[in-house]
Design a protein around this ligand. Structure first.
Ligand SMILES: [Zn+2]
Length: 284
């Protein structure tokens, strides 16, 4: 599932590929991808004639910004965008096609069919589902340590599910939560309200660094993620803990363990990420 770095990579790529293009028509072959408006014909008619100005992002959602409309799109498990010439054959599992006036097309392909699209008037998208309740953007300037502490520190839940909750901080999924907790030397099952100030600072810094580095590297490609130009991300070799079950910890050599926390497969080092605070712990 794409997390913030992957979606950000798609955003940057798409922005370069479709900004300035005008929609001539839209073909929808799987109506349930379109969550708003209810009527597919209305979706099609509303988009006709609109020009794409930019592509934004909120959490794991893309915002395709047009003159007078915003399309909010979530890729979920396997959704992918690609820009093609209209003469190119349409691949299987292509569910939505935006036909541009210049003869190219933006195609949305989704094998698992879990992706969603919502169409809004500009600004309206932040006042309704699915963007309404989203939490802090970890790569924004507004994501200060104090803001992070305010949403996390008092909670009585385990830290891993808290970090996965998009109402607190957006963009982190299973991979980058494991990476950030490892980097901060914090056990995934530690309770939020048992983290001391030093641990909260380490975790805050680890989240920002982990996501920034992954964005810089073009997003991870653990599963079937491909960016808007069909290029695979290149960060997977840099993952330090995720997917390394039984391999030696890169810091201390202890075999990496995998367990289930909050229903999700979780990788951690039993030595670097002790459940008890260990003042002599090494920093990563
Ligand atoms: Zn270790």
């Amino acid at each position: 599932m794409p997390e913030l770095p992957e979606v950000e990579t798609v955003r940057r790529t798409l922005s370069q590929l479709i900004t300035g293009k005008t929609i001539r028509d839209v073909t929808v072959s799987l109506p349930r991808i379109i969550q708003r408006p209810d009527d597919i014909e209305q979706f099609r008619l509303e988009l006709q004639g609109h020009t794409i100005i930019d592509v934004g992002r909120r959490g794991k959602f893309l915002r395709i910004i047009m003159d007078g409309l915003v399309l909010v799109s979530h890729l979920r498990m396997e959704g992918r965008y690609g820009v093609y010439d209209s003469s190119e054959p349409v691949e299987k599992h292509t569910h939505v096609i935006f036909h541009f006036t210049d003869g190219t097309e933006l195609r949305y392909k989704d094998v698992r069919q879990f992706g969603t699209m919502h169409l809004f008037n500009p600004g309206e998208e932040f006042k309704m589902k699915p963007l309404l309740k989203l939490g802090l953007e970890p790569l924004d300037e507004a994501f200060t340590f104090e803001a992070f502490k305010r949403v996390i520190a008092a909670r009585k839940t385990k830290i891993k599910p808290a970090l996965l909750n998009q109402e607190y901080v957006v963009g982190l999924g299973n991979i980058y939560v494991d990476e950030a907790l490892f980097r901060a030397g914090i056990h995934p099952e530690k309770l939020c309200n048992e983290l001391d100030q030093e641990e909260l600072v380490r975790l805050y810094e680890a989240i920002v660094l982990t996501l920034s580095e992954a964005v810089e590297a073009g997003g991870s490609s653990i599963k079937s993620y491909v960016n808007g130009q069909g290029e695979m991300g290149m960060f997977q070799h840099s993952l330090q803990i995720y997917g390394r079950k039984a391999a030696p910890c890169v810091v201390c050599g202890t075999p990496v363990e995998k367990s289930v926390v909050g229903g999700r497969g979780t990788h951690y080092c039993p030595s670097c990420q002790l459940i008890q605070t260990n003042k002599t712990k090494k920093k990563h």
